[in-house]
Write a protein that binds this ligand. Sequence first.
Ligand SMILES: [Zn+2]
Length: 75
Amino acid sequence: MGRLLIWIALICAVYWLWRRATRPAQAKPGIEEAAPMVRCAHCGVHTPRTNALSQGPEWFCSQAHLEQGATRSDR
Ligand SMILES: [Zn+2]
């Protein structure tokens, strides 16, 4: 009975190592953090500047908010 548990543990370990080895390198440090964040002038959401739309000095999170323009509700 003890041998079976050893085999199960071994298989789990091999599977875990295999998963680790085959997993694509998804961690790309720096790219997300390097992108400067801008604040949407309409809704105030912070979005990466690469995804944001600019109109003059102001930034918007989406085309819809760009068209609606900046809000002046400073709460
Ligand atoms: Zn917005």
